[in-house]
Design a protein around this ligand. Structure first.
Ligand code: PEP
Ligand code: CO
Length: 474
């Protein structure tokens, strides 16, 4: 064999060994009798779980789910943890975004690829603005379950279980639709798998590449004010990206080829069924997503959600609302990140524009003083929701933008790293948030969210530009 042929065989061997190593790291998922630490969550109070009417049907579904292939690999979770470590060190910026609640109906090429596209465009602007690579993490391929403020909903004197996301029940207000159905957990797996498959395909053909983002000028980008601004910047962005790419990070980090998925780890039965030990290290991974987070309503220290998250090696996010108490936050670090490992823990603050400047400084100071290197990320959505006169749940773009500004100010004043943003958005032209061309009177036109209002594509791009301005003003 000639040297070229030998080199090719060697390369194929390497690729195959890499795949074999990945597969070897997976074990059949444990059945319910296996006594692993992660199961400790079962003896603790788990809030926000559906009232499944038929425990046997639930058990059968979970057994079936345990036999399904994992959606992601442990090595991918480890890679994201390394990226988030860079975020925690101030060497990368996180863009985590997607729907408040994904729906089975919206598993469609257009909706998914539009989301990937707007995230790539935002990433291009943010890379340019921050001079560091942007780590893209979708609220995608698994964001199907929602915490709710009440277990029931009453309309015209009829009370039914509240809609808890497509993973649990239907949005339609009928007893059949609102009764939790565990078969939906299998649908959640399938919808996640279809979405992830499309994302991986789009990634493979360079679609999520922010370096290519200027090529999309011809579509909406050319038609909106934010789009025109984007077009003017495209050439400059082109020049700046290779510089940002090379800054400070290991040479294996190619943000243009990476896209990760995440969701709230709310339905612990599902997350548990998707959990698998790494055969090499023995560590447990929740292989339903690269990253999972714990919501504001389920983050109590002695609760089942925190216990579950403490048992898996995935990068973990925790939402922190305006009532967060520093001692609780420090206790969450002890529980979830006892080794103080950068990249393990991301705090996603959602204080509201009016509170962020008062509440965040003490938290950042105390966490820094405790020696933890967490990633701080701003969710400017969930503290700024209100009901419009028309009855629509909405948010003002100006509040969203102001909360991000407050977040950056607080970090700057403390010499800390603002790690990134966590946004509810869609790549479609919906009218769910007020501002950037959508008034309160327009909300009814394309109000399509299954839960919270999302920024539409031009509002999303506009937000990226606002952030660029905030970095420029620094
Ligand atoms: C969400 O992210 O959709 C959500 C419910 O957030 P939080 O837990 O911060 O209220
Ligand atoms: Co939401």
């Amino acid at each position: 064999m000639g040297t070229e042929a030998l080199a090719m065989v060697a390369q194929q061997d390497l690729a195959r060994d890499g795949c074999v190593a990945q597969i070897q790291r997976l074990n059949p998922r444990m059945d319910t009798t296996t006594d692993f630490d992660v199961r400790a969550w079962r003896s603790l109070p788990a809030t926000q779980q559906p009232d499944w009417p038929d425990p046997v049907a639930l058990r059968d579904v979970l057994t079936e789910l345990r036999g399904y292939p994992p959606l992601v690999f442990p090595t991918e979770c480890d890679q994201l943890r390394a990226r988030l470590a860079a975020v925690a060190r101030g060497e990368a910026f996180l863009l985590q975004s997607g729907d408040c609640a994904e729906t089975f109906d919206a598993v469609a090429v257009d909706q998914i690829s539009n989301k990937i596209k707007i995230m790539a465009q935002m990433a291009a602007v943010l890379t340019y603005a921050t001079s560091v690579p942007v780590v893209k993490v979708g609220r995608m391929a698994g964001q199907y379950a929602k915490p709710r403020s009440s277990p029931v909903e009453t309309r015209d004197g009829t009370t039914l279980p509240v809609y808890r996301g497509d993973a649990v029940n239907g949005v339609e207000f009928t007893p059949e639709s609102r009764t939790p159905n565990p078969e939906r957990l299998k649908q959640m797996y399938r919808a996640s798998s279809m979405t992830l498959n499309l994302i991986r395909g789009l990634l493979a053909c360079g679609y999520a590449n922010p370096w290519q983002a200027h090529r999309w000028n011809r579509d909406f980008v050319a038609l909106t004010p934010a789009g025109q601004q984007y077009r003017r910047l495209a050439r400059e962005i082109d020049k700046a990206l290779p510089v940002a790419r090379g800054s400070g990070l290991d040479s294996n980090f190619a943000p243009e080829t990476e896209f990760y998925v995440s969701h709230e780890a709310l339905l612990l039965d599902y997350e548990d069924a998707m959990t698998c030990p790494d055969q090499v290290t023995g560590d447990l991974y929740d292989l339903s997503a690269h990253m999972v987070w714990i919501g504001e309503r389920t983050r109590r220290l002695d609760g089942a959600h925190v216990e579950f998250a403490s048992g898996v090696r995935n990068p973990i996010g925790v939402k922190l609302g305006p009532a967060s108490i520093p001692d609780d936050v420090l206790a969450l670090i002890d529980k979830l990140d006892p080794e103080r490992e950068p990249g393990r823990l991301t705090f996603i603050t959602r204080m509201g524009a009016r509170r962020i400047r008062d509440v965040l400084p003490t938290l950042v100071e105390k966490v820094t003083a405790a020696g933890a290197q967490v990633a701080w990320v701003c969710d400017p959505m969930h503290g700024n929701t209100f009901e419009a006169p028309s009855g629509h749940k909405t948010r003002r773009f100006e509040d969203v933008s102001d909360e991000v500004a407050g977040f950056l100010e607080v970090h700057r004043a403390l010499g800390a790293h603002p790690g990134g943003i966590h946004i509810e958005l869609t790549g479609d032209d919906v009218t769910e948030c007020i501002g950037g061309g959508t008034s309160a009177d327009d909300l009814h036109q394309r109000y399509e969210t299954a839960c919270d209002p999302r920024l539409n594509r031009s509002q999303s791009l506009e937000l990226a530009f606002r952030i660029a301005d905030l970095y420029r003003d620094k």
